[in-house]
Every structure is written in structure tokens, then in C-alpha cells.
Design a protein around this ligand. Structure first.
Ligand code: HEM
Ligand code: HEM
Length: 456
């Protein structure tokens, strides 16, 4: 079936709705990020506007990238590949579009809640209680559509992308409820150390059991198709899946190595953080062998190009992350911008870039027409790549300066003048990413709704 026929047959309304959602929130999130980065250069900048002071705009930025941009982007691709891999139609396009609308209302309500000061004050779990419930319902709606489609499949074999996507949404709905302590609507928190343990169990699972598996699923789907090569090894893909589930689920305590949590819990988190090398390298060997000798094909497809770049970031973020879990290393890297650098490398460099690749890969296929502009997509690719690579370098340097100063007992404020040039550089690099996000939004909107290109 040609893309045009495919698009008419399936409608693809859900994939389209989540694609637009992701592109929109990417633009909003980078705007919030720029405001936050502005405060780090000039703390008085916009200081009179209480709704967007640093303490509010930071969680708005972080939650918008996690739940507005990256997750919906990866879900959009899943709504495309799940029916195709299962040789069936999506269970319900109507339910899918409703879930996308409800998802947007939830994220927007979360932004409004935090802007108005209703934050629950726990990192990655700031959104007010009611919004937590709405987010879980949003996941629930997506889960129903995924699982019912799987149930009605005509293809008996479940390709690894289906494993990852289904596991990611189901497990996240559960860990989100737990981590946000939804049974305590007033505080959304337990007391003391147990709260920290629970929070980071959830916090790291957002990266480990939501963004990572959803991104791997997209890579496993797109790269073999774009390079017209069979997956190198299905056995490796299953080893990667199960080792990720076994190892990644309980490394959250590596965020708390400097906190009085039980030593056995810290030990498990350190050992398994190092063991993360297994699922990551198994995936990378599998996918890089799949595309071996076909880099020309990767380069020719803008979606594949983004995704291949995401795999390179996955390599670096894993090597870095496993080292950061070693107590001797963390003595220098904790509590400073080294971690912020790692966070951007993981959430943007790996998961975000993969989400963008997924969007660009499916866009011509869900509309039945070529992209509005391949040039703009390439332009966005370079803006984001230069921006994130610059972020990684600059924030790592800032982290090392801060870490050394902290380690040597230096007074905090004395280090600040030396950091100023780096924060200005970060702000400038952020501008590239933000321009990239708005360029992407324009390109996606034109491709979806105002595309005069000939039907493919
Ligand atoms: C694959 C192996 C990985 C390992 C072993 C690892 C390890 C770590 C460690 C030890 C920290 C805590 C650092 C500290 O507080 O001193 C951390 C923080 C973080 N990681 Fe990773 N990481 C990995 C991959 C990823 C990926 C793929 C992502 C994103 C998709 C990610 C996102 C983050 C974020 C956002 C933080 C910051 C959390 C905070 O706000 O403190 N990591 N990681
Ligand atoms: C215009 C581009 C961007 C700018 C200027 C920017 C800036 C910032 C700033 C200033 C912070 C707070 C850091 C701190 O507390 O010291 C932050 C945090 C964060 N940003 Fe961004 N950001 C941008 C884009 C993105 C994108 C696109 C993503 C993900 C796809 C992302 C993911 C994150 C995460 C996960 C954190 C939390 C880091 C942590 O807790 O360690 N950012 N960002």
C-alpha cells in the first residue's frame, strides 16, 4: 500500500494529534528553558513577574519537556508503528484523538498550576494532585488503545518495539501513581527519607521505564526500515529488553548516595547503574550492526538521521551515567551543573532527538505527502545538534568548576563570577535550540495541515 493509500485507510488522526502536541510543547518548553537560563545569567531579569520566577519556571520547563514534548513525540510514533507491526487497525482513532486532547489539557493545567504556585515541590513530581490524576488517566487512555490493538492483532509475533512501548506506558502509569504519592492529595509526599527513596524510584523510572524504552522502540522500528536491513538479532533485542527491565527499575537511589538511606539500597543502585552497560550496549551493538554499511540511507532519511544521532547520545549518556553512580566520582559531580548537563544529554540528546526523528519519519507516512520542507528539518537538526553538544560541553565544565570548589571547601558565592561566561554561552546555545523548536513547529504544522506537496 502506498503512503497515500495507507493514510486514507487508517486516518492516522491519533498519530497526527500527538505529533502536533509534541511539536507545540517543544516550542513552549524551550521558551520556559530560556527564561530559566536567563535568571542564571541575570537573577533580576523578569524578577517582578511571580508566575515565572525561577522556582516556578524551572519545573514548568522540566515537566513540559517530559510530558509535553518527549513523551507525546514518542507516543505519536507508537500510534503509527503499533498497528503496522500488528497488521491491524488502531483499536479506536476516536479514543486516540480524545486521549491527545485530554493529554494537552492535563499538561496545560499542570503548567497553570505550577505558575500559580500550586507546586508540590518534589522534583519531577511538582504537578498538583488533580493534574497527577489527569496525567494517569491520559496514560490509561493510551494504554487501552495500545492493549486493545495488540489484542486484535492478526500478526502473532510481537516485534520488540511493541514490547517496549506497551511495557513503558503500563509501568509508568503505576510508578507515576506511587512516586506522586497520590493517596495523599494534600502534600503528595511521605515524611523524611522514605519519601526521597520513593520519589527517586519514580524519578529515574521516568527516564528508565518511559523515555528510554519508548525511544528504543522507535529506533528499533525506524532504522531497519530506513536502511532496508533486517534487524541484526532478535535474540539480542530480547536480552536488551529483559536486562533493561531487571536493571533499570531500581537504580533510583543513585540520586541519593549523599543521603542517609540504607547502605544495601545504595549498593544495589550502584551495582545496577554499572550493569546498565549491558542493556545499553546490547541495544547499540544490535542497532549499529543493523545499519552497518548503510549510513548513506540513514543520512538520506531525516527521521533516521535524528534517531541515529540519538543512539550516539545514548552511548555517551550511559558511559557518563554509570561513572556518575560511583561514589568517588559523584563526590565531585553531584549537586552541580554536571548533572544538568547529563540530564540534557539524556532527555534531549537521546530521547528528545529520537522523538523528533520519529515525528519526521512518520509525517510523510501519516499525511501521504512529503514533508513541507526537508531543508527546514535539516536546519532544525543542526540547530538542535549544535545546541545540545554545546550544552553538554559547557555544563560539564561548569559542573567541574563547581564540584572542585565544593570539594575544596570554597565559599559558594566566590565561584559565581567565574561561571558567568559559561551561563551566557548556555543561554546563547539555548537560543539555537529554541529557534530549532519553533522551526520544527512551523514545519510540522505545515506538513500536517497546509501541505500543497504532491501526494506521495
Ligand atoms: C543508561 C545509564 C544511565 C545511568 C547509569 C545514569 C545515571 C545517573 C546518575 C547516577 C544520576 C544522578 C547524578 C547525581 O545526582 O549526582 C543521574 C541523573 C539523571 N539522569 Fe541519568 N543515567 C543513565 C541514563 C540516563 C538517560 C538515558 C536519561 C534520559 C533519558 C537520564 C536522565 C537523567 C536525569 C534527567 C538526571 C537528573 C536528575 C536530577 O534532577 O537530579 N539518564 N543519572
Ligand atoms: C532552549 C533550550 C533550553 C534551555 C535554555 C534550557 C535550560 C534549562 C535550565 C536553566 C534548567 C535548570 C537548571 C538548573 O536548575 O540549574 C534546565 C533543566 C532541565 N532541562 Fe532544559 N533547557 C533547554 C531545553 C531542554 C530540552 C529540549 C530538554 C529535554 C528534551 C530539557 C530538559 C531539561 C531537564 C530534564 C532539566 C532538569 C535537569 C536536572 O534536574 O538536573 N531542556 N534546563
Amino acid at each position: 500500500m502506498s503512503p497515500a493509500e495507507e493514510s486514507t485507510a487508517h486516518g492516522n488522526q491519533t498519530a497526527k494529534a500527538f505529533t502536533l502536541t509534541s511539536a507545540m510543547w517543544f516550542a513552549f518548553a524551550t521558551t520556559f528553558g530560556m527564561i530559566a537560563a536567563g535568571y542564571l545569567v541575570a537573577p533580576d531579569f523578569m524578577a517582578n513577574v511571580e508566575y515565572i520566577h525561577f522556582g516556578r519556571v524551572r519545573p514548568m520547563h522540566v515537566n513540559a519537556v517530559l510530558f509535553g514534548f518527549v513523551t507525546p513525540g514518542l507516543i505519536a510514533a507508537a500510534f503509527y508503528y503499533i498497528p503496522r507491526l500488528l497488521r491491524t487497525r488502531l483499536y479506536s482513532e476516536r479514543l486516540g484523538v480524545f486521549s491527545a486532547v485530554f493529554w494537552n489539557i492535563s499538561v496545560a493545567a499542570g503548567m497553570a498550576g505550577v505558575a500559580l504556585g500550586y507546586s508540590q515541590g518534589r522534583e519531577y513530581a511538582e504537578l498538583p494532585w488533580l493534574v497527577d490524576i489527569m496525567i494517569v488517566i491520559s496514560f490509561g487512555l493510551v494504554i487501552v488503545n495500545f492493549l486493545m490493538t495488540i489484542r486484535r492483532r492478526t500478526e502473532p509475533i510481537l516485534y520488540v518495539s511493541i514490547w517496549y512501548a506497551a511495557a513503558a506506558v503500563v509501568l509508568t502509569a503505576c510508578t507515576y501513581l506511587l512516586g506522586n504519592v497520590v493517596w495523599k492529595p494534600d502534600t503528595g509526599a511521605l515524611a523524611g527519607i522514605p519519601d526521597a527513596i520513593l520519589l527517586w524510584f519514580y524519578g529515574h523510572n521516568v527516564f528508565g521505564l518511559l523515555l528510554s524504552p519508548m525511544a528504543l522502540a522507535v529506533a528499533y522500528y525506524v532504522l531497519p526500515i530506513a536502511t532496508r536491513s533486517p534487524l541484526y538479532s532478535h535474540t539480542l533485542s530480547l536480552i536488551g529488553f529483559w536486562s533493561l527491565i531487571i536493571v533499570y527499575t531500581h537504580i533510583g537511589t543513585h540520586h541519593l548516595l549523599q543521603v542517609p538511606v540504607p547502605t544495601w539500597l545504595k549498593t544495589i543502585s550502584i551495582v545496577d547503574s554499572v550493569a546498565m552497560v549491558i542493556p545499553v550496549m546490547v541495544f547499540l551493538i544490535n542497532i549499529w550492526y543493523t545499519v552497518k554499511g548503510k549510513l548513506g540511507d540513514v543520512h538520506a532519511d531525516i527521521g533516521a538521521k535524528f534517531i541515529f544521532t540519538g543512539t550516539i547520545y545514548y552511548f555517551f549518556v550511559n558511559i557518563q551515567g554509570s561513572m556518575m553512580a560511583l561514589p568517588d566520582v559523584q563526590r565531585i559531580t553531584h549537586f552541580n551543573n554536571w548533572v544538568v548537563g547529563h540530564a540534557h544529554m539524556g532527555v534531549l540528546g537521546f530521547a528528545g532527538v529520537t522523538a523528533l526523528g520519529g515525528l519526521y519519519f512518520i509525517l510523510p507516512r501519516i499525511t501521504g505527502r512529503p514533508l513541507h520542507s526537508r531543508f527546514l528539518a535539516d536546519f532544525q537538526y543542526w540547530l538542535v545538534l549544535i545546541g545540545i553538544t554545546g550544552f553538554s560541553i559547557v555544563l560539564t565544565i561548569v559542573g567541574l568548576i563547581q564540584g572542585q570548589a565544593w570539594y575544596n571547601g570554597e565559599t559558594l558565592y566566590r565561584t559565581l563570577p567565574g561561571l558567568q561566561p559559561y551561563f551566557i554561552t548556555r543561554l546563547s546555545l539555548g537560543l539555537l535550540i529554541m529557534v530549532g523548536a519553533y522551526t520544527g513547529l512551523y514545519n510540522v504544522a505545515r506538513s500536517l495541515y497546509f501541505n500543497r506537496g504532491a501526494a506521495a
